[in-house]
Design a protein around this ligand. Structure first.
Ligand SMILES: NC(=O)c1ccc[n+]([C@@H]2O[C@H](COP(=O)([O-])OP(=O)(O)OC[C@H]3O[C@@H](n4cnc5c(N)ncnc54)[C@H](O)[C@@H]3O)[C@@H](O)[C@H]2O)c1
Length: 644
C-alpha cells in the first residue's frame, strides 16, 4: 500500500494509466491540502442537506458499483439520502479510477447496461458521488465501507496449501481507518476475509488506534470474553444522531478537528479533545461484516442491490447500525437480510458458500475426463440432470475456474484455521483439493490442442494458436486468475505462437505487466518456462486478425460474440481447415459436424461425442467432399441432394 505518510518517488512512477490509455499524473504533496479543502466544503454542503456521509474504501470491481448503489439511495420522499466518497489509494495501478469516476465514468466495464448510467447519474446529475485519494475523507464519514482486496498467494501450481493469505493491504487499510475515523463511525467490512479477521485482526487494530488517539467514552463497556461476546457498547452514536438532527453541530466539530490540520497526516489525540472531555473509557470500534455476492456481468448492479445479504456486527450497536444501513441502501423488502450473531459466522458463511461452488465445479472435472474418453457429451448429461429441481445448480466447468473469489476463498478459510486460530489438525480435505483441481484443469485445453493438431499432422511448437476469450467468465472484462491465462502459458511453454482476442479486454495486464502484476513475484508466469516473451503479447484488435492463419482455435470463454460463430465463416477467416478446441460447450452438434465436413479437427472439454460425429462425417465423406468442391448451396449440390 502507498503509505499516506510518504509521497511517491520517481521510481514509483508519477502517473497512472487507465485501460483506455488516458494518463493521469499522481497527486503531489501540494494537491493534498486542496483536496482536503474540497472534501471539507462538499461534506459541509451535504450535511446541510441532511445526507449521511459514506466512504467506500477501494473502488475496484466491487467498491465502484457498491458506491454507485449507495449514492443512488433515496429517502421516503424520493430525495437522495447519502453522499458517497469513493476512496482509492493513489497507486500507479489504481489512481486513474479516481479522475475516471469524477468524470462520471465507471472504472469497470461490464455488459450490464445499468452500470454506466448509475455512475454517471450519481456523479453528474444527483451529485451524490465523488472519488478521492485523500484519507481525510475517512475523518468525515458516518459509515466506511471497506471494499479493498485480500489476496491469497499460491507458492506452487496446483497446491493451495503451500500458499498464504495476504492480509497486509487490509491491515494497512484498517490502520488508516483507525487513525482517522470518528469513534461513532460504522466500519463495514465487505472484503472477503479469512474467518476471524473482523474480531481477531480489525478489532484490535482499530481499538489500539482509538487508544493511541485518546478516544474515550463515559458509558460502561463490556470487553470481549474469550474472543467473542462483543455485547457492550457506549451510545456514542445516539448522541451524535441527536446532534445531527439539529444540523449536525457536533458532527461538524469532529470534521473540523480532523480537517483543520489541512494536511493528510493522521489525526492525533489532540484533535479529539471534545471526545476526551466527555468520555472516560477507551472508545469501542463499531465494526460490522457483510460480504458481497456481486456477479460482474449482465446483472452487475442488481447482484448488489437486489440480492440477499448476510451481515453481522461486533456488538449490539454495530449490528443495529449495519442492519439499518443495509436496509436503506439495498432492496431488503424483496431480498431480506440475514443477520448472524458474530462476524466470524458471516465471514465463514462467505467462505463456505464459495468453497461449495468450487467443489461442485471440481467434482465435474473427473466426469469431464471420463466423458472425453468414453464418447459422452457432458453438456447434454448436465442439461439432463439440471431438470431436477434438486440438481439445477450443476454447471459445466470451463477451462479452469477463475475470477478473484473461487480460486482463493477456500484457501483463506484453511489459512485462518491454522494461522489466525492456531489449530494444527488437518481437517480440510475437500476444500483445498477442489481448488487444486480447478487450478490445474486449464492444462487440459493445451493437451486437447496438442492432440487435435497431431491428428492434422502438426505440432504445437510450429503452430499459431488463436485463443478466443481472456476473462474468467462470459461477458465481463475481468481477467483475474482466468483459466485462459493458464491455457496461454501452457501453450507458450510448449512452443506455440499464441494470439488472443477478447471483446472486453484491451490490455491483458497479467501478461503485459507480468513482472509486477498481480504483485511482484506473484505472477503465474513463475509456474511455467518460456514466458518472458509474453510481456510483449498484445490483444488482437478484432476476431479477423486473431483467426487469420491460425492452425488451432481455442474457444475459451462463452462470450456472446463467440456463441454462434458460423463454421464456414471461421474457416474462411482462418484461410484453411484448423483444429477447433471447445472449452465451454460452445459448439452445437451441427457446428461440430460442419467443422469436420470442412476438414477441421474438433476436440472439446467433456465432449467425448465428437469422435462419433467425426466418424459419421467420414461415412458421408463422398457427399462432404462434393459439398466442398461444388459449394454447399450451389445448384449442382442441390441437384445431388435431391437425387440421394
Ligand atoms: N470481484 C468479484 O466478483 C467479487 C465478488 C464477491 C466478493 N468480492 C470480494 O470483494 C473484495 C474486493 O474485490 P474487488 O474485486 O473489488 O477487488 P479490486 O482489486 O478490483 O478492488 C480493490 C480496490 O481497493 C483498492 N485499495 C487497496 N488498498 C486500499 C487502501 N488502503 N485505500 C484505498 N483503496 C485501496 C485497490 O487499489 C483496488 O482498486 C475482495 O475481498 C473480493 O474477494 C469480489
Amino acid at each position: 500500500m502507498q503509505s499516506p505518510l510518504t509521497s511517491p518517488t520517481i521510481e514509483e512512477q508519477a502517473k497512472s494509466t487507465a485501460p483506455n490509455g488516458q494518463v493521469f499524473p499522481l497527486p503531489s504533496e501540494a494537491d493534498y491540502a486542496a483536496e482536503s479543502e474540497r472534501l471539507r466544503s462538499l461534506v459541509a454542503e451535504q450535511r446541510l442537506m441532511g445526507r449521511e456521509i459514506v466512504v467506500v474504501m477501494g473502488v475496484g470491481f466491487v467498491g465502484a458499483v457498491m458506491a454507485g448503489v449507495v449514492a443512488d439511495t433515496v429517502d421516503q420522499s424520493g430525495s437522495p439520502s447519502k453522499f458517497v466518497i469513493g476512496m482509492q489509494r493513489p497507486s500507479p495501478r489504481s489512481f486513474w479510477k479516481i479522475p475516471t469516476i469524477n468524470q462520471g465514468i465507471c472504472p469497470v466495464q461490464a455488459e450490464d447496461p445499468e452500470v454506466a448510467p448509475l455512475i454517471s447519474r450519481c456523479v453528474l446529475d444527483k451529485k451524490t458521488l465523488i472519488a478521492t485519494y485523500s484519507y481525510e475523507a475517512l475523518a468525515l464519514a458516518d459509515v466506511v465501507v471497506v471494499d479493498v482486496q485480500c489476496d491469497y498467494h499460491k507458492k506452487d501450481f496446483g497446491n493451495v496449501r503451500s500458499g498464504h493469505a495476504e492480509i497486509g493491504a487490509l491491515e494497512d487499510s484498517l490502520k488508516v481507518i483507525g487513525e482517522y475515523i470518528s469513534p461513532d463511525c460504522l466500519v463495514l467490512i465487505e472484503t472477503t476475509v479469512p474467518p476471524g479477521t473482523t474480531e481477531y485482526v480489525a478489532y484490535p487494530i482499530i481499538k489500539k488506534a482509538f487508544e493511541r488517539r485518546g478516544l474515550v467514552q463515559t458509558s460502561p463497556v463490556k470487553h470481549p470474553k474469550g474472543g467473542h461476546g462483543f455485547t457492550g457498547q457506549a451510545d456514542v452514536r445516539d448522541q451524535k444522531s441527536d446532534e445531527r438532527s439539529t444540523k449536525d453541530e457536533g458532527r461538524g466539530t469532529v470534521a473540523e478537528q480532523s480537517i483543520s490540520s489541512a494536511n493528510r497526516f493522521p489525526p492525533t489525540a489532540s484533535r479529539s479533545t471534545k471526545h476526551e472531555e466527555r468520555r472516560t473509557e477507551a472508545a469501542e470500534p463499531l465494526l460490522a461484516h457483510s460480504f458481497e455476492r456481486v456477479m460482474p456481468g449482465r446483472n452487475y448492479v442488481s447482484s448488489i442491490r437486489d440480492f440477499w445479504r448476510v451481515c453481522s456486527g461486533i456488538n449490539d450497536q454495530a449490528r443495529q447500525r449495519v442492519e439499518k444501513f443495509l436496509s436503506e441502501v439495498l432492496n431488503v423488502q424483496d431480498y431480506p437480510l440475514t443477520v448472524l450473531d458474530r462476524p466470524l459466522e458471516s465471514e465463514t458463511c462467505k467462505i463456505v458458500e464459495n468453497s461449495y461452488r468450487a467443489t461442485i465445479l471440481a467434482f465435474l472435472n473427473e466426469w469431464s475426463l471420463f466423458s472425453e474418453t468414453n464418447g459422452v457429451d457432458l453438456m447434454k448429461v448436465i442439461d439432463a440432470i439440471k431438470v431436477r429441481p434438486t440438481h439445477d445448480n450443476i454447471i459445466f466447468p470451463g477451462p479452469g475456474i477463475g475470477g478473484y473469489c473461487l480460486p482463493k476463498d477456500g484457501g483463506l478459510g484453511v489459512w485462518a484455521y491454522h494461522t489466525l486460530m492456531g489449530f494444527e489438525q488437518d481437517i480440510f480435505k475437500i476444500t483445498p483439493q477442489a481448488i487444486d483441481i480447478n487450478d490445474t484443469r486449464a492444462l487440459r485445453p493445451a493437451q486437447l490442442t496438442r492432440d487435435a493438431l497431431r491428428n492434422m499432422g502438426k505440432i504445437v511448437a510450429a503452430s499459431k494458436i488463436a485463443v478466443l476469450g481472456a476473462s474468467y467468465r462470459e461477458d465481463v472484462g475481468d481477467t483475474r486468475y482466468s483459466g485462459s491465462e493458464i491455457v496461454v502459458r501452457k501453450l507458450t511453454e510448449m512452443g506455440g505462437d499464441v494470439v488472443v482476442h477478447d471483446p472486453y479486454v484491451k490490455h491483458w495486464f497479467e501478461f503485459e505487466q507480468q513482472e509486477t502484476y498481480p504483485g511482484a513475484g506473484h505472477s503465474r508466469k513463475e509456474f511455467f518456462r518460456n514466458q518472458d516473451g509474453l510481456t510483449d503479447m498484445r490483444m488482437a484488435e478484432n476476431l479477423d486478425q486473431a483467426l487469420r492463419g491460425a492452425d488451432a482455435v481455442v474457444l475459451a470463454v462463452r462470450h456472446q460474440e463467440y456463441q454462434n460463430l458460423d463454421p464456414d465463416t471461421v474457416v474462411t477467416q482462418i484461410g484453411h481447415p484448423a483444429a477447433i478446441i471447445d472449452c465451454f460447450g460452445l459448439l452445437s452438434d451441427e457446428q461440430i459436424k460442419r467443422y469436420f465436413e470442412l476438414g477441421c479437427e474438433v476436440k472439446g472439454l467433456g465432449r467425448g461425442h465428437v469422435k462419433r460425429m467425426k466418424d459419421q462425417v467420414k461415412e458421408k465423406a463422398p457427399h462432404t467432399n462434393l459439398c466442398m468442391i461444388l459449394g454447399s448451396g450451389s445448384p449442382a449440390m442441390q441437384w445431388y441432394r435431391l437425387r440421394m
